[in-house]
Each structure stands twice: as structure tokens, then as C-alpha cells.
Ligand binder design. Structure first.
Ligand code: NAD
Ligand code: MG
Length: 398
């Protein structure tokens, strides 16, 4: 029996994780569930899964949850704040930590899980993008196990030799082919991108995901973040990764070997497959995902990404090549820009402009400590906000 803590239980990944866990009550028990502020959803999850701990990041939400669970689940201990997140990630009853908080907020609790030597099921790619070197060092130093949940990285993990640790060329690997659907605007005339709405951007053709990652998928910043994530996870360089647009989202990524073999992982676009794989690894368990019917799919397509349509992808590749805090700056500016886009404050194409501005204004330095990384993150957020405010002031004047 493995004890599982879910950071970000009320999100898309959190809900899918609980769906898989519910199918295997003999294998997994829930130690802790955490959320930012969705009291009612977390309360319902607590009533069903009976965790030892429930964490609400916001103090007043924690008090509401405490009251809400008073009669139905008096044994659940309610904690709050970042301290609560870190505590449950490192608790001795926790064997596995699902890191499914969205954005930079997931970094410190996921680092706490690494320092406590847990098996980390990593969905929160922003943690690696922000602080790849530091994060990987902590994982190695404390003997933690890092299993990718992002479907592309999970696919690559499944296509690698079992003894793969580092250095792709030693395993006879030539290239990593990272697939992406191209998002909802793949065929929209480029000049119309300035006018697209948040509603259109979050309507992903194949995957059902949280708002932030859905916007990132539309801009393909998500694929850019995934390039950076892959570099850290598999100890490879940007040049070893080729991005392939694959609109059907059936092949989740591929690994090309020196002998001409290309290994691919196929499956429904349903996150329960990678979640079940990482929960049970090295075994395989039922996930609830419907089987793939090749006759229904019939056709798989592949094209190269057009960088004029997806400038965020290019910015991410450049930041990855630059290294140090460049990827921290990229991630922070993108988080601010996506938030402002979702709040109808800026247009879709302003996301790339904001990120480009932040990268040009903030100088990237060596990511030598957590403090350096957090400072770079905060500074880039400030620069991005200032840029957005200056733009809207200018528009107001005009
Ligand atoms: P979501 O928005 O649906 O859920 C986010 C979760 O994080 C919620 O439980 C929320 O309460 C919590 N949260 C939000 N802000 C927080 C904060 N400041 N502090 C603590 N908790 C906070 O997001 P999602 O789609 O489930 O994605 C979660 C992560 O997984 C993201 O990093 C995303 O990139 C990654 N991911 C998601 C998918 C997917 O299919 N949804 C696929 C691959 C990777
Ligand atoms: Mg992905």
C-alpha cells in the first residue's frame, strides 16, 4: 500500500489522479489533498478519500474547510499556507507526491518532496523550467525518484531503455521527437491571432486541461516549456529535440535510435494513462482510459511548426540555449502575460511580446541558489507587469 499526497488535488491533473487511485483501493491510500481556494471541491474529495491532511493555501479558506468538515470528516487535519504544503509533501506517511500545482507556486512544495526523498510524479513543469539544475541536484542528492506526468515526457520515458540514466548518445539515441497538437489556432490565418479571445484559446481540440496550460498550448509556449523540461529530465540539449506538430494527439512523443528505429508511445489523449503509469511503475495498472481503436483514428499527420505562428516556442528554445535564469525569466513573464490575457487585459499576441520584452530587459545569470531563482522570478514578473501597464497607458492616450 502506497501513501499518495496530491498537491493541486482540485485541478485537472489532481482530479484525474484521484480517478485512477479510486480504481485501486488495495494499492494506494490518500495521505493529503491540497488546493488553493476551492473549499467545496476539496471538501467533497476529503469525504470520499478520507486523507489524514487537507491543505488550503489561503488561511480563510482553510478555516471554511475546517468548519465544512467538522461533522463529516472530523479526523482530517486541516493545514494552511505554503508551510502546510511543504509539511504534507515531506510527511513520513507520504510515499508518492503528485506535483500538480500550476505555475511557480508549485516549486517549493515539490522541492520539499525532493528533499524528503519521495517518488515525485511531476506534472508541474514550471518547477523544472524555473530551477532545473537546482531541482535535479536536490532529487539526486536526496535519492528522490522523478517520474514525468507530462504526456510527452512520460511517452519518452516509456520509449527509453530501462537502464537509461543520462547521456542519450551512450544509449544509441539520435533524437527526441516531441509531439504537439498545434492547439486551437493551428490553421487560423496568422493575422487573425491578435483578435482571438480567452474562450477560444482555452478550447483545446484534444485535451481537457486547466486554463493556464490551455493558453500555453494555444501559443505553443507549452511545447517550449516542455523542451526545457525534457532537457533537465533526460540530460539532453535543445538541439537533440525536434518539435513535430501532430494534430491528432495520438502519438505522445518518440525516440529515434542510431539503427534507424523510432520508438513511439501511442494512446488516447487522456492524462490517466501517464498518471497510472507513474503511480504503478514499473508495473502497469488499469487507468479507466478507453482502448485505442486504430480504425477509428485511420490517419496520423505530422508537420513542422511555423515559428511566425508560434513565437513563444522560439523564445523558449532561445532561453533554454542561454541557460541560467533565462528560463526562470521566460516562465515568470509568461505566467503574468497569460493571467492578463485571461483577464482580458492584453491580446493573445501580446503574450509573446511581453515575454520577449522581459527576456531583453532582465539579464540572465547563473541559477546558483534558490534565492537567486526566486529573485529573478519576482523581477521578471515586475518587468512584465510594467510593460503591460505601459502598453495599456499608451493605448489609453491614443
Ligand atoms: P488546474 O488549473 O486545473 O489546477 C491547478 C491546481 O493547483 C488546483 O488544484 C489549484 O487549487 C492549485 N493551485 C493553483 N494556484 C495555486 C497556488 N498559488 N498555490 C497552491 N496551489 C495552487 O491545472 P492543471 O491543468 O491540473 O495543471 C497542473 C499542472 O500540471 C500544471 O503545471 C500543468 O502545466 C501540468 N500539466 C497538466 C496537464 C493537463 O492535462 N491538465 C498535462 C501536462 C502537464
Ligand atoms: Mg504535455
Amino acid at each position: 500500500m502506497k501513501g499518495v499526497t496530491i498537491l493541486g488535488a482540485t485541478g485537472t491533473i489532481g482530479v484525474n489522479t484521484l480517478d485512477v487511485i479510486a480504481r485501486h483501493p488495495d494499492k494506494f491510500s490518500v495521505v493529503a489533498l491540497t488546493a488553493h481556494s476551492q473549499v467545496e471541491r476539496l471538501a467533497t474529495q476529503c469525504e470520499k478519500f478520507r486523507p489524514r491532511f487537507a491543505v488550503m493555501v489561503q488561511e480563510d479558506a482553510a478555516q471554511q474547510l475546517q468548519k465544512r468538515l467538522h461533522h463529516s470528516c472530523p479526523d482530517v487535519q486541516v493545514l494552511s499556507g505554503e508551510a502546510g504544503l511543504k509539511q504534507v509533501a515531506a510527511d513520513t506517511a507520504t510515499d508518492y507526491v503528485m506535483a500538480a500545482i500550476v505555475g511557480a507556486a508549485g516549486l517549493t512544495p515539490t522541492l520539499a518532496a525532493a528533499r524528503a526523498g519521495k517518488r515525485i510524479l511531476l506534472a508541474n513543469k514550471e518547477a523544472l523550467v524555473m530551477s532545473g539544475q537546482l531541482f535535479m541536484d536536490e532529487v539526486r542528492q536526496h535519492g528522490a525518484q522523478l517520474l514525468p506526468i507530462d504526456s510527452e515526457h512520460n511517452a519518452i520515458f516509456q520509449c527509453l531503455p530501462a537502464d537509461y540514466h543520462t547521456k542519450a548518445d551512450r544509449s544509441g539515441i539520435k533524437r527526441f521527437l516531441l509531439t504537439g497538437s498545434g492547439g486551437p489556432f493551428r490553421t487560423l490565418p496568422v493575422e487573425q491571432l491578435t483578435a482571438v479571445t480567452p474562450e477560444q484559446a482555452i478550447a483545446h481540440p484534444n485535451w481537457n486541461m486547466g486554463k493556464k496550460i490551455s493558453v500555453d498550448s494555444a501559443s505553443m509556449m507549452n511545447k517550449g516549456l516542455e523542451v526545457i523540461e525534457a532537457c533537465w529530465l533526460f540530460d539532453i540539449t535543445v538541439e537533440q529535440i525536434e518539435i513535430v506538430i501532430h494534430p491528432q494527439s495520438i502519438i505522445h512523443s518518440m525516440v529515434e535510435y542510431a539503427d534507424g528505429s523510432v520508438m513511439a508511445q501511442l494512446g488516447q489523449p487522456d492524462m490517466r494513462t501517464p498518471i497510472a503509469y507513474a503511480l504503478a511503475w514499473p508495473e502497469r495498472i488499469e487507468s479507466g482510459v478507453k482502448p485505442l481503436n486504430m480504425y477509428d483514428i485511420a490517419k496520423l499527420e505530422f508537420t513542422r511548426p511555423d515559428m511566425s505562428r508560434y513565437p513563444c516556442l522560439q523564445l523558449a528554445q532561445q532561453a533554454a540555449q542561454h541557460g541560467g535564469t533565462a528560463t526562470t525569466i521566460l516562465n515568470a513573464a509568461n505566467e503574468i502575460a497569460v493571467e492578463e490575457f485571461l483577464n482580458y487585459k492584453i491580446g493573445f499576441t501580446d503574450i509573446a511580446r511581453t515575454v520577449e520584452h522581459a527576456l531583453s530587459q532582465c539579464s540572465a545569470i547563473e541559477a546558483s541558489s534558490l534565492q537567486v531563482i526566486l529573485d529573478a522570478d519576482q523581477h521578471a514578473r515586475w518587468v512584465a507587469r510594467e510593460f503591460i501597464h505601459a502598453q495599456s497607458r499608451r493605448r489609453g492616450v491614443n
